[in-house]
Design a protein around this ligand. Structure first.
Ligand code: NAP
Length: 253
């Protein structure tokens, strides 16, 4: 299979690319960091094709996809993984430019790559779109505001794609992870503050990128008549809190 993974320069994307390559598939891997992509090309030459573009840039994405050489052109699986959270401030203090970056990356980036690669899948009546959503799509938390909103979009977009694809063999899956370590996600969220990012995972066992890569591979290798609509996964160390209730008097013990 030919697997197109956005955001392979770190985290889940790197693990997903590595998993499919290890299984003998060809991978088109994208990101903005040229040197990381070059290193992957050197390591997996022949099986890995790098594309350097920003998923927010529709024309750059189109140019990159049109440049794919013949052996990588007929993409079977698109993994819309590139994405980010920025900040954890409450909505009235959040940075509006960061909100726009999240919307442009997590919503527009997914829409652009999907729209560019889907026609070929429909034409071949073969394909699978796997989106990286988040538990934040369904479980709000303080400071999740726009990030959660973008991932709710990813979830609903995934379901609506399947509605459009009724009658075709093309599958769509939304993977919704909870707390995951071993990626750059929190360093990016906390704008390079490594100590604050590390504190998120202290004393707990989060999900790791390999767990996500396993799950993507599993969803992509179900029998052709099975569509996994969504998978929500959390580490055992994470679960749901009670709904918050503001009281004017302290509750009786
Ligand atoms: N880690 C978690 O706790 C967690 C939980 C739930 C969901 N997720 C979701 O899982 C996905 C991957 O997260 P991760 O933890 O692996 O993050 P990560 O380690 O920060 O990796 C993000 C990847 O996305 C790429 N990327 C970001 N913005 C981009 C842009 N504008 N254009 C092109 N590529 C871009 C980055 O590459 P470049 O910097 O080279 O462009 C990088 O390869 C995201 O969609 C995230 O929202 C993560």
């Amino acid at each position: 299979m030919i697997v197109f993974v956005t955001g392979v320069t770190a985290g889940f994307g790197l693990a997903i690319a590595g998993k499919f390559l290890a299984e003998g598939h060809k991978v088109v891997g994208t990101g903005r960091r040229q040197t990381s992509l070059d290193a992957l090309k050197q390591k997996f030459d022949g099986a890995f094709h790098p594309l350097t573009f920003d998923v927010r840039d529709r024309e750059a994405a189109q140019r990159a996809i049109e440049s794919l050489p013949e052996p990588f052109r007929e993409v079977d699986i698109l993994v819309n993984n590139a994405g980010l959270a920025l900040g954890l401030e409450p909505a009235w203090k959040a940075d509006l430019a960061e909100w726009e970056t999240m919307i442009d990356t997590n919503v527009k980036g997914v829409v652009i790559c999907t729209r560019l690669l889907l026609p070929g899948m429909v034409e071949r009546n073969r394909g699978h779109i796997v989106n990286l959503g988040s538990t934040a799509a369904e479980w709000p938390y303080p400071g999740g505001n726009v990030y959660g909103g973008t991932k709710a979009f990813v979830h609903q977009f995934s379901l609506n794609l399947r509605a459009d694809l009724f009658g075709t063999a093309i599958r769509v899956t939304d993977i919704q992870p909870g707390l995951c370590g071993g990626t750059e996600f929190s360093v990016v969220r906390f704008r390079g503050d490594e100590a604050r990012a590390a504190a998120m995972y202290e004393g707990t066992q989060p999900i790791m990128p390999e767990d996500i890569a396993d799950t993507v591979l599993w969803a992509a290798t179900r029998p052709a008549h099975v569509n996994i609509n969504s998978i929500q996964m959390m580490p055992v160390s994470q679960t749901f809190g009670p709904l918050a209730v503001k009281r004017t008097t302290p509750p009786k013990a």
